[in-house]
Write a protein that binds this ligand. Structure first.
Ligand SMILES: C[S@@+](CC[C@H](N)C(=O)[O-])C[C@H]1O[C@@H](n2cnc3c(N)ncnc32)[C@H](O)[C@@H]1O
Length: 340
């Protein structure tokens, strides 16, 4: 069993935990920390790439205690120099370039850069062919997270193409990260017979993530022509998937047609109409309630909490706040709205 962890946007740890338990058949010792989910598995690394809520995957190498002062940097170096690292590039001869990224939380008299340097010295001491590459390209990336008195040392298994998806995408101004879009999709419990709608689809990130699972029909639309063009390009052509320009306040969809709605509502400066946000949400929710089947539901992401809650109550959805995210200084929440 190897030890791994996945990084995830704070607030979505429990969604990723659920995805790991569902998709990684032999996952054990699944534990959560802020922004991370740890687990063990004997599956090859390639089999872990199915985790779409994760931002990055790491192989956990070592956890150890660290001191708070500069003299304790020698301890980091020593601890890492004792680790078995030859498995990384077992039979390969010749130098391997590496980089160490470090983070630090708590009171220490050294910086994260000094901690990274200490770790790099430890790695090179252990494996002479591992060459520290401070700038420029590197073949291997290690990560050292120091949280108060504990250090986590790991090997990075993924690059940016993992979380931004391999296929080329065009992102509009308000585009959602694919990993967050996936978390919303995963919360909706995708099923093969789903009729799935994103009424404010923007560049189509949520629709693209929904395509990872079987569906019956998917419809997405947006008021902005530019967003629709971008969504059409990003989503591509698929049977039973329709992307078109529409106004979410007057959806061209029959009453009682949709099982699930998942959407990232416009908020803040993203509002593209002259209505205020409360009026817009009220009109959109009225339409969402009309097009949903009985017992259908919607997952909505927004930071306009008061507007969402007021509109949900006025329209007669039962609602609850699922989780709040920590995203570049913003704190949008995911809401579940149910039609009874
Ligand atoms: C937060 S963005 C969605 C971003 C999208 N999830 C993505 O990844 O690109 C909100 C979207 O709502 C759209 N919008 C605003 N008012 C709308 C309306 N009345 N009907 C349909 N879409 C609307 C905006 O044009 C914008 O693209």
């Amino acid at each position: 069993m190897a030890h791994f962890f996945a990084t995830v946007l704070p607030g979505l740890e429990y969604v990723l935990e659920n995805e790991i338990r569902y998709k990684i058949a032999d996952a054990k010792r699944v534990t959560l920390e802020r922004g991370k989910v740890f687990f063990t598995s004997s599956l090859p690394v390639g089999a872990l790439m199915v985790l779409r809520t994760a931002d990055n995957l790491y192989r956990l190498i070592h956890r150890f205690r660290v001191g708070p002062h500069k003299i304790h940097l020698a301890g980091i170096e020593q601890e890492i120099s004792r680790l078995e690292l030859s498995w990384l590039y077992g039979n390969r001869s010749g130098p391997v370039s590496f980089k160490v990224n470090a983070s630090r939380m708590g009171k220490h008299t050294y910086s994260r850069f000094e901690a990274a340097e200490a770790a790099a010295r430890g790695i090179s001491k252990r494996e002479a062919r591992y060459r520290h590459e401070k700038a420029g390209t590197h073949e291997v990336e290690f990560r050292l997270d120091i949280c108060h008195e504990e250090a986590v040392f790991a090997l990075k298994l993924t690059d940016a193409s993992f979380r931004y998806r391999k296929e080329a995408r065009s992102f509009t101004r308000a585009a959602l990260r694919p990993t967050i879009a996936h978390a919303l999709v995963w919360l909706s419990k995708p099923e093969a017979m789903d009729v799935f709608v994103d009424p404010c689809c923007g560049s189509g990130t949520i629709v693209s993530e929904r395509l990872a699972y079987p569906y019956f029909q998917i419809k997405g639309g947006d008021l902005s022509e530019e967003a629709v063009a971008s969504a059409v390009e990003n989503v591509g052509f698929h049977d039973r998937v329709e992307i078109r320009r529409w106004d979410a306040r007057r959806l061209p969809i029959d009453a009682g047609y949709a099982d699930k709605i998942v959407t990232n509502l416009p908020f803040g400066r993203q509002i593209s109409t002259d209505e205020d946000i409360a009026t817009l949400y009220q009109a959109v929710f009225k339409e969402m309630k009309r097009v949903l089947k009985k017992n259908g539901f919607a997952f909505c992401l927004t930071d306009a909490n008061a507007a969402l809650q007021t509109a949900a109550e006025q329209i007669g959805f039962s609602w609850c706040k699922e989780t709040t995210l920590s995203l570049k200084g913003l704190h949008p929440s995911i809401y579940l709205l149910k039609k009874q």
